[in-house]
Structures are given as C-alpha cells and as structure tokens.
Design a protein around this ligand. Structure first.
Ligand code: ATP
Ligand code: ZN
Length: 286
C-alpha cells in the first residue's frame, strides 16, 4: 500500500485560507468537501485534516496527524512534543500585554499583583516569572480584549497585529511578550517513508518561499550600454543577453531579489535601460 501523510490545518479561521494556498502552491490539490473532517489530496500522497488550531499540536504529537500548520504562539502554549520544521513567514503577529488607555504605564512592575486575562497562560506565566512579576492569570478562550471593560482583569495578554482591536476596546499595547508567525510542525518520530514525503513537501515549500523573494527582470538596451547595465544587475549568475531585431540593441534577462529592485531601478534607467519588465517567479530551485 502506498504511504500517505496526514496534514492538519485550521478548519476555519485566519490560517485556513493561507494554509490551503500554500499547499496549492506546492502542487497539492485538495478534493473539495464542505464540512468534512478529512479530505484526500488529488495528486499527492496526503490527506488533509481540518481541525481547531489549538488541537493541532496534540494530534501531531500523538501521530494522528504527521504534519501541521499553525501559529508559533499555539505551539509554544501547548508545549506538545512536536518539531517546528519550517517557519512559513505568513500570519505574522505578536503576543502583547495591554492595559486600559487611561492607565499610566510605569513598566512591567505595573502588573505586579494584577489580574491579567489571556488565552496564553503558559507563555505569559513563563514571561512574568523570567521578569520577576507575580500576577493572577485568568484563562479566557475568546474575546480577551473585553475583560478589563467588564471588570474581570486589569490588563490582557493577547495576539496583536495592527493594534486596532485593542484600541477600539479602550486598551493600549505596553509590552511585547513574543513574535509569532505560521510554522510547519511535524511529529518527531515519523517512519522513514513518511519522512521522505515530508522532506519532499519541505523542499516544495522552500521553492515557493525562495521564488517569492525574487523577480524576473527583462529590459532592452543599446549594445554599447549592455556591459554597464550587466554590472548593475545583481543577478544570481550573469544575465542572458538576446539580440533584438532592431540593429544595435539587446534584451537582458535576469533574476533579482525583490528588495534590490527599487535600489537599482534608477541606476538601470540612467545607464540606458528601456522597456523594463518585472515579473513574479512562481517556483525557484537554487
Ligand atoms: P480556532 O477556532 O481554530 O481555535 P482561533 O480563534 O483560535 O481559531 P484565529 O483567530 O483564527 O484562531 O487565529 C489563528 C492564528 O492566526 C493565531 O493563533 C495566530 O497565530 C494568528 N493570528 C491571530 N490573529 C492574527 C492577526 N491579527 N494577524 C495575523 N495573525 C494572527
Ligand atoms: Zn484556537
């Protein structure tokens, strides 16, 4: 029988669409089935398990799922025996302490002997302990930000990205406890056949991630400017140079880092580049 792996992703929430998109970019199509708990991949030896994100660590630790996609914040909070095999770079957020806007924040000692509402008591406990703060933690699983308004707590420790949810609840962010992003986790004891499939998946994710950092660039230039332009292009290797039908002109093709592009665009124009086209790269194998 062919070996397959089970990949656990969030059923519905902030991570579900991005997780499905990542799998799709890796060439893994999921057979649609609304409200299913498990769906097979069409062209890949995998089944997709749809779960609450909080349940993913335990399922992966127990080997019910082999791989999971979830936030580092949930990995740290559950402390399950799983391996973080890859940071995925999306769903970036931070876990922060916040207090009512009207309070005067005097530093971490503000929280001494205070009540803090959070869905992340383990991470917070460790953080406060490290900083010598004793506080009363109240575990709440949703809508933590309303706790101070209803008199349940003096502050909160919650996920923040823009801070607008905190702000609209009359709170201000005062300390960052941790940075988080989506990660791919694996069971630490995969059998060799499953490990091979997981390694292949990791390789595909790397190709997608690398491609996202690069752009394919094409430009035209008079032949006497080609050398100068080539020296500006920070390509992986030397650019491809193709003659144009128009006498004395060439087309240069290269791959550059997206972050380099805006720095060199003016130099390229000054050096005589024309008709500059920049395109996304879908996959890239280095
Ligand atoms: P579930 O019903 O599966 O338990 P949930 O309500 O716990 O879902 P979501 O709000 O969907 O979780 O968030 C899932 C993950 O997305 C979080 O654990 C965190 O890693 C990340 N996340 C949460 N809020 C944000 C945000 N504002 N910006 C970016 N990422 C976020
Ligand atoms: Zn959750």
């Amino acid at each position: 029988m062919q070996t397959t792996i089970k990949i656990a992703i969030q059923k519905s929430g902030r991570l579900s669409d991005v997780s499905k998109s990542l799998l799709k970019e890796c060439g893994i199509k999921i057979k649609n089935g609304k409200n299913q708990l498990i769906a097979p991949a069409v062209n890949y030896p995998a089944n997709i398990l749809y779960l609450r994100d909080d349940d993913i660590p335990q399922y992966v630790a127990d080997g019910v799922a082999d791989v999971g996609i979830l936030g580092q914040n949930v990995v740290d909070e559950t402390q399950a025996k799983i391996l973080v095999a890859k940071k995925l770079g999306f769903s970036r957020c931070r876990l922060s302490l916040a207090i009512p806007k009207s309070e005067n924040y005097t530093g971490l000692s503000f929280f001494q002997n205070k009540r803090i509402a959070t869905s992340y008591p383990k991470i917070l406990e460790k953080y406060l302990q490290k900083n010598g703060i004793q506080a009363e933690l109240h575990k709440i699983s949703g809508s933590v930000e309303i706790a101070p308004n209803i008199g349940l707590a003096d502050g909160v420790c919650d996920i923040v990205s823009s801070g607008s949810t905190l702000f609209s609840n009359g709170l201000k962010e005062v300390e960052k406890v941790m940075d988080s992003e989506a990660v791919l986790v694996t069971n630490p004891n995969l059998n060799p056949k499953k490990q091979t499939i997981v390694d292949q998946l990791l390789f595909r994710i790397e190709s997608v991630q690398t491609a996202q950092e690069f752009r394919y660039i094409l430009l035209n230039a008079p032949n006497d400017k080609v050398q100068k332009i080539t020296s500006i292009l920070p390509g992986m290797k030397s650019p491809t140079i193709v003659p144009l039908v128009e006498e004395g002109w060439s087309s240069l093709h290269s791959v550059i880092r997206e972050t380099d592009f805006w720095e060199i665009i003016d130099q390229l124009k000054t050096a005589g580049a024309e008709g500059i086209l920049v395109m996304p790269v879908e996959k890239m194998i280095l």
